[in-house]
Structures are given as C-alpha cells and as structure tokens.
Design a binder for this molecule. Structure first.
Ligand SMILES: Cc1cc2nc3c(=O)[nH]c(=O)nc-3n(C[C@H](O)[C@H](O)[C@H](O)COP(=O)(O)O)c2cc1C
Length: 209
C-alpha cells in the first residue's frame, strides 16, 4: 500500500476507499502506452459504460458517445488519423475507444431530464450553447470513463493527438458526433514506463477564501 502521508493525518485516514482501491483508481494507476495481449471482452466494455454513465452531468444530459474500435480494419482506419507518436500504440492496443459528444443531446432531453423536457425548444434554437454544454460535459464524462476503465482492471491511454475532423468524417458521417479523445485500453503491461511526472502541490493549485 503506497498512500502518501499528508499533514496532519495520512491520506488514507481521510478516505472511505480502501488502500487497494485508491491505488487502482488514482495512486498507482498510470497512463498506458503498452498493454498485455489479453482480449478486452464486451462484458468488460459494458461494465465500463455502466460506471461511466453514473457520473454527474449538467441537467443529466450525458452527451458522451463511445465508438469501440475492435476490428483490425477499423483500427488501421483510426490509426491513419492519429498523430505519428500515437500511431504505433493505437495499432498495438487490444481495444480502443473514440470518445465523442453528441451536439444534438437535447433530442433526448425528455428521456434523461423529464422535469426540464420543455426546455428542448430553447436548445433547438441555440446550437452554440448545445456545443459548449456537449463538449464540457462530454469531457467530464471522459474523466469518469478513464476511472471506470481502471475500476474494471484495465489501463487507459487517453490521447488528443489526432485529426478529429478526419475521424469524424470517417467514423461519424451518419451520427454527426464530434470526437475529442481517443483512449487505448487493455490489461496493464508489466513493461517499465517512464517515471511519473510531477503533480502540483496543494498550495499551488488551490486557495481558500
Ligand atoms: C486529455 C488527454 C490527452 C492526452 N493526449 C496524449 C497524446 O496525444 N499522446 C500521448 O502520448 N499522451 C497523451 N496524454 C497522456 C498524458 O501525457 C498523461 O496522462 C500524463 O502525463 C499523466 O501520466 P500518468 O498518468 O502516467 O501520471 C493525454 C492525456 C490526457 C488526459
């Protein structure tokens, strides 16, 4: 167990998670570029989504859309849109997810937010607000997604280094979804990665008013 000591008590004393869970989700988990060869099953993908969808979004709009890239053909097609440093790891990953947001999330407002269903007409007329809310809440859900993958025993390798317009033309021509992140997934590799990069100290990143 590797929880750092924080003043005045240990970090562990402040958590309701056990140490293994805190390590799995946050403290030992690393962004991954390499993975074990094990297949990622559809059941695992469904478990990841079951957790992801429960994280909160504004008005419960849930704009995140996920395209699972499983076939070799689709993987080659996706890799063609990745920046060069991201191509090899995307080609080698057991599973990859394209994360997008649906700019027309308001079409499902009556389903996800019945008390505010009447507000749909307001959003019909305001694409700019729909895009801002879709993007912001989609990114929020992407954070839940990464932690959900870790909770399912996977390592995640999120990447924004890709041609999003190219991905959308290739994968989202019918849906109109807007991609914003590609995440490689797989069982953690035992290969040594680079040392952890520094995190900002509490006083550098927070203030109290
Ligand atoms: C939104 C996002 C975009 C990222 N894009 C890339 C990328 O395009 N290529 C890459 O190699 N790493 C990318 N990373 C990886 C980050 O550099 C990495 O998560 C960060 O340095 C923390 O690493 P650690 O989890 O191992 O401590 C991205 C991470 C996030 C969260």
């Amino acid at each position: 167990m590797s929880i750092d000591v924080a003043t005045p008590g240990t970090l562990e004393d402040q958590l309701v998670l056990d140490g293994t869970t805190a390590d799995t989700l946050f403290l030992q988990a690393r962004t991954a570029s390499t993975f074990a060869d094990d297949e990622v099953t559809d059941e695992t993908l469904q478990a990841i989504y079951a957790l992801t969808r429960m994280g909160p979004t504004a008005m419960n709009i849930q704009p995140l859309r996920i395209t699972w890239v499983r076939s070799a053909e689709a993987r080659e097609r996706l890799a063609a849109h990745m920046y060069d440093n991201n191509k090899p790891k995307t080609l080698a990953a057991p599973m990859t997810a394209i994360l997008s947001f649906d700019g027309d999330w308001h079409e499902l407002l009556a389903t996800v937010f019945p008390p505010g269903a009447a507000r749909k007409t307001m959003f019909d007329e305001n694409e700019a607000i729909r895009t801002t809310m879709g993007s912001n809440n989609g990114h929020l859900q992407a954070g839940y997604f990464i932690l959900a993958a870790r909770a399912a025993g996977l390592a995640a390798g999120p990447m924004t280094g890709f041609d999003a317009a190219g991905v959308d033309a290739d994968f989202h021509a019918e849906s109109g979804y807007t991609s914003f992140m590609v995440v490689n997934l797989g069982k953690p590799s035992t290969a040594a990665g680079h040392p952890r990069l520094p995190r900002l100290e509490y006083d550098a990143a927070t203030d109290t008013v």
